[in-house]
Design a binder for this molecule. Structure first.
Ligand code: PGA
Length: 252
């Protein structure tokens, strides 16, 4: 069985490299002796080079990337650059990017295609807003169709899908494991119908949205998620440590 994936999304935190190094080091300590969980830290771009030197089994990811590998695009950071900086993963289409930076499904699609071309595994985020809950299936399938459009099969196998209900991100709102499980099944069915059973079984599906040490194991055990995308709680070293140990306790 493949490892449970726990992604720490630090967002626009912390304010200094010293703090970033301290946080990263603590994650390294938290995963000593942990075998069945792959932990990925996604810091702001500027800290990648500073923290990658700290020896530990923690993997690196980015929170965003551009849709081209190089060129005259002032201010952008490409998948190829991130790969060369030691990243293995990149978060694509996070709802905060859609909401605050105008990322459309078309942009998310370009980034989803560019990431594996640059050597990264894209973590493609989908999720409904509170007012869209009654059309959950349409919304999520629509996001998936657009995000994965024209993606080559060899690249499709590298993606990870993160289900993050927008109303649960950073709010403390609790998405029940039953609801998360039915979305998990819905995504698997979508992948089987549109691609193949093999692909549907290979692609990892994560849950994200107010994950903490009390609910983390529920999403793995009851919602059968392949991992978690953790925002706020990943900035608290003891809370993040508890999330990891709660999952380790059920995956042994
Ligand atoms: P949260 O963020 O855990 O703070 O809700 C999750 C995310 O934005 O990925």
């Amino acid at each position: 069985m493949s490892k449970i994936l726990v992604i720490a999304n630090w967002k626009c935190n912390p304010k200094s490299l010293i703090e970033a190094k301290r946080l990263f080091e603590a994650v390294g300590k938290n995963i000593e002796n942990i075998k069945d969980i792959e932990v990925v830290v996604c810091p702001p771009f500027v800290y990648l080079s500073g923290i990658r030197k700290q020896a530990s089994g923690v993997r690196l990811g980015a929170q965003n990337c551009f849709s081209e590998q190089k060129g005259a695009y002032t201010g952008e950071v490409s998948p190829a650059m991130l790969k060369n900086m030691g990243c293995e993963y990149v978060i694509v289409g996070h709802s905060e990017r859609r909401q605050h930076f105008g990322e459309t499904d078309e942009i998310v699609n370009l980034k989803t295609k560019a990431a594996p071309e640059g050597g990264l595994k894209p973590i493609v985020c989908i999720g409904e807003k509170m007012e869209e809950r009654d059309q959950l299936k349409n919304i999520l399938e629509g996001q998936l169709i657009k995000a994965l459009k024209d993606l080559e099969t060899r690249h499709l196998r590298k993606i990870i899908i993160a289900y993050e209900p927008v109303w649960a991100i950073g709010t403390g709102n609790f998405c029940s494991p039953e609801d998360a499980f039915s979305v998990n099944l819905m995504i698997r069915k979508f992948l089987t119908i549109n691609y193949s059973k093999n692909i549907s079984e290979e692609i990892k599906i994560l849950y994200g949205g107010s994950v903490d040490s009390k609910n983390a194991a529920l999403y793995i055990r009851e919602a059968k998620m392949g991992g978690l995308l953790v925002g706020g709680a990943s900035l608290n070293t003891s809370e993040f440590g508890k999330i990891i140990s709660s999952i380790a306790a059920i995956s042994n």
